[in-house]
Design a protein around this ligand. Structure first.
Ligand code: FES
Ligand SMILES: [Fe+2]
Length: 399
C-alpha cells in the first residue's frame, strides 16, 4: 500500500499551514496519493520507455528475465544481436516463456511447443494441429514490446494497457525514441551503476530530487559534512512534462567541484538539472570544453520496489590516471548511501504512516506528484496537459 502524504502549504498561501480537511485544495492537488481512490496501476505510468537491462548482460541466443511495472518479461538477443522483449507468459496457458527453447529466431514454449517470433510475438507453429485443422496460427500473438539499445541499456516501451479482454497483437509503436544522454563531444567515456530499492517508484523519485537529505545521508570528509550546511537559492522553470533547475554554479562547499574548476581552468562551471516524467533526471555539468552528463532513471519494478540506474558520460579526466575510477567510486558511494537510506525508510513505511511534504525543500516532490496527476488527467480527458507550474519559481532551503 502506498503511504498517504499530507501537504503543508507555505504560510503566505491563502490557507494557513495547519493540517487540511479532506476536501481542502491541498488534497485536490494530489489526487493520486490516496490509496483508496487509486487504481492499482496508477502509481506506474504507462506509455513511456523504461530501462530494462544493461546491454552488457544480454548475450545472443540467450533468455533473461526482467520485470517492469509488474509486467514479467523475457528479454534476449536474436542471432544477429537484435534485442527483443516478450511478455514472459505463453498466450496458450500461461507457461513462462523463459523456460522455453530459443534458437536465435523463434522461442518455443516448454509446455506444448507453440513457437513465437521473438520480435513481434506472432505464433509460427502449433505442433498439436493436424493437417485438416485450419486454425489461423498467425493470428495468435504472445505479448511483445518495442526495444531499443541506448547508452548501455536495453530500453523497453511499455504501452498503455489494451482494453480488457483484448488478446495480444503486434507490439504497439512507440511515439518517440528511447531517451538518450546528451553528449557534447565525439569522444567520451560511459559507465553505469544500479541499485535496487524496496520502495515505491514515488519514494524512489522524490528521494532522488530531495535537496535536504544531502548533509545527512551523503556525509564524507571529501564531500561535505553536516556543518557545511548553508542557505541555498535555486531557480526552477517549467519544461514540457517536467521542470528544470536552471543553469547555476554548483555548490561551493564540495571538494570535487573545486577540483573541477582547477582542472578545467574554466571561469564558470554550470550545472543544469532536469526532471521529466515518468522518471528521468538529467544532470549536465559544463566547464569550458569539458562536460559531464548523466541520465538517472528510477524504474518501477513492482508497487513496492524500484531500481535506480545512473548512466554517466563525460570527457573530463579521461587521460588523468585514476580519476575516472575515483569518479565511479564516488558515484557508487552516493548511490549506495541512497539505497541504504531507502532500505531503512521502507521499514518505517511498512506501517503505512501519514507523511508530509514541506516548502520549499519538498516543493520539487510536490511538482512531481502534480505533474503525474496532470499527465493522468490529460490522458483521461484527451486534452493537452496543464503544467502545474505557472512559470519560473525560486526556491530556498538549507543544505
Ligand atoms: S502453455 Fe505454452 S504452448 Fe501451451
Ligand atoms: Fe541522495
Amino acid at each position: 500500500m502506498p503511504s498517504v502524504f499530507k501537504v503543508f502549504l507555505p504560510a503566505q498561501s491563502p490557507a494557513d499551514a495547519s493540517i487540511k480537511s479532506p476536501n481542502h485544495q491541498s488534497e485536490i492537488l494530489m489526487p493520486d496519493l490516496d490509496p483508496q481512490r487509486q487504481a492499482p496501476d496508477a502509481l506506474m505510468l504507462t506509455g513511456f520507455w523504461y530501462r530494462a537491462l544493461p546491454t552488457d548482460r544480454v548475450h545472443r541466443n540467450q533468455l533473461y528475465k526482467a520485470t517492469l511495472l509488474e509486467i514479467p518479461l523475457v528479454i534476449g538477443r536474436d542471432r544477429l544481436g537484435q534485442p527483443f522483449a516478450l511478455r514472459d507468459s505463453c498466450p496458450h496457458r500461461g507457461m513462462p516463456l523463459n523456460c522455453g527453447r530459443f534458437d536465435g529466431e523463434n522461442l518455443e514454449c516448454g509446455y506444448h511447443g507453440w513457437q513465437f517470433d521473438v520480435h513481434d510475438g506472432q505464433c509460427q507453429l502449433i505442433p498439436s494441429l493436424t493437417a485438416d485443422q485450419n486454425l489461423k496460427v498467425d493470428r495468435i500473438y504472445a505479448g511483445s514490446y518495442h526495444c531499443e539499445e541506448q547508452d548501455n541499456f536495453i530500453w523497453v516501451y511499455i504501452p498503455d494497457p489494451p482494453p480488457p479482454g483484448a488478446g495480444f497483437a503486434p507490439p504497439t509503436e512507440p511515439p518517440d525514441e528511447a531517451p538518450q544522454i546528451e553528449k557534447f563531444s565525439a569522444k567520451y567515456d560511459l559507465a553505469y551503476l544500479q541499485a535496487e530499492m524496496p520502495v515505491s517508484i514515488d519514494h524512489g523519485i522524490i528521494g532522488l530530487m530531495d535537496p535536504a537529505h544531502g548533509p545527512f545521508v551523503h556525509q564524507a570528509w571529501w564531500w561535505r559534512s553536516q556543518h557545511s550546511i548553508h542557505e541555498k537559492k535555486k531557480n526552477f522553470e517549467p519544461i514540457p512534462n517536467g521542470f528544470r533547475m536552471s543553469a547555476h554554479t554548483p555548490s561551493s562547499n564540495s571538494a570535487p567541484y573545486k577540483l573541477l574548476r582547477l582542472y578545467a581552468d574554466a571561469d564558470s562551471i554550470t550545472t543544469t538539472i532536469d526532471f521529466v516524467l515518468p522518471n528521468l533526471r538529467t544532470e549536465t555539468i559544463r566547464a569550458g570544453k569539458y562536460w559531464f552528463s548523466s541520465l538517472t532513471t528510477v524504474t518501477p519494478i513492482s508497487r513496492n520496489h524500484c531500481r535506480i540506474d545512473v548512466v554517466a558520460a563525460w570527457n573530463l579526466f579521461r587521460w588523468v590516471p585514476f580519476v575516472p575510477n575515483v569518479l565511479k567510486f564516488v558515484f557508487a558511494k552516493f548511490v549506495e548511501q541512497d539505497r541504504r537510506t531507502m532500505e531503512l525508510q521502507a521499514e518505517g513505511l511498512k506501517h503505512n504512516p501519514h507523511l508530509m511534504l514541506i516548502d520549499d525543500a519538498d516543493r520539487p516532490a510536490k511538482w512531481y506528484f502534480q505533474l503525474k496527476a496532470a499527465h493522468q488527467e490529460s490522458k483521461r480527458t484527451g486534452t493537452e496537459m496543464k503544467h502545474p507550474m505557472p512559470g519560473p519559481v525560486t526556491l530556498k532551503w538549507r543544505s
